[in-house]
Write a protein that binds this ligand. Sequence first.
Ligand code: TRP
Length: 346
Amino acid sequence: MSKKRILTGHRPTGPRHIGHLVGTLENWKSLQDTHECFFLVADLHVLTTGHAQSERIQDNILNMLADWLATGIDPSRSTIVLQSIIPEHAQLSLLFSMLTTVARLERMPTYKEQIKELNLQPSLGLLTYPVLQAADILLYKAQVVPVGEDQLPHIELAREIARRFNQTYGELFPEPEALLSKAARLPGVDNRTMHTSYGNAIYLRDTEEEVERKVMAMYTDPTRIHAADLGHVDGNPVFAYHDIFNPDKDQVEDFKIRYRKGKVGDVEVKRCLVDVLNTYLAPFRERRAEYIAQPKILLEVLFSGTVKAKFIAQQTLEEVHQKMGLLHSQSFSEKVLANNISGIFC
Ligand code: TRP
């Protein structure tokens, strides 16, 4: 049986943090063994909330890509696609916007949240963000979309659009299924969700000193003033990190027992976490530095993936045109070149 096709992606907002690593990238890495994978650099989506910040996009793309490759995304097996280079994404999004009501998009929880959080006048592009995402997925007829929970409403919309299209114009698209990652969400160093814009993230590219500084200043049990006070382990990010990153489970258990009894200080538990994290991050840091030093390799990876994707995108768009009763662009140009104008419209 042929492998199912996956499409997933990230907006290139800059270097990846360890929340991305345990939440998504490790998952993507292993999915490469079982699926045909397309990984999208969704640079058009970045513009939906920050059209004026576009000068940083190129740098952010390279940084994100270096992290993807450093964590095991393998361009010899998977296709890495740069969204803005393939106009078919935008074209399909426009056609899909005809099948989607404004009211449906205004009800999207992600849209409502963004407006509230960013306190902005939403652009038309922000409203149609999920339509562009549906186009990203369906352009490659992907069957599976690995995403975080916050993205589920977008996958639901992609399924609706696929259904509506198929019912109206004839079968073309599979209904893509979301695949939720099993990893628990990693808290940031301030115990909120780890997020680039919150300034609470530990990055794959952070130096040993930066990791140390961030961990030593990390949020712990706020009820514990002195090392001898009884401590709380649950909801304490220092222990959440130990659980995920520290391979010595006995040591973690021992810390927890002593912490609850007030027999170990935060500093000792944190010092150990600094070592654990730095050991864990060392190979990623090294590999990403090698890629960053050779941007030509990164650009080649982007180029070859995008060329491959372009063929598929073009073909799907032709099929969509045909089904929707629009002119078929290839036969259009052939007939024009052959001077067979009367045959075009029949
Ligand atoms: N919206 C996704 C995010 O912010 C990024 C994305 C764009 C995406 N297009 C996609 C994810 C298609 C999956 C499939 O994380």
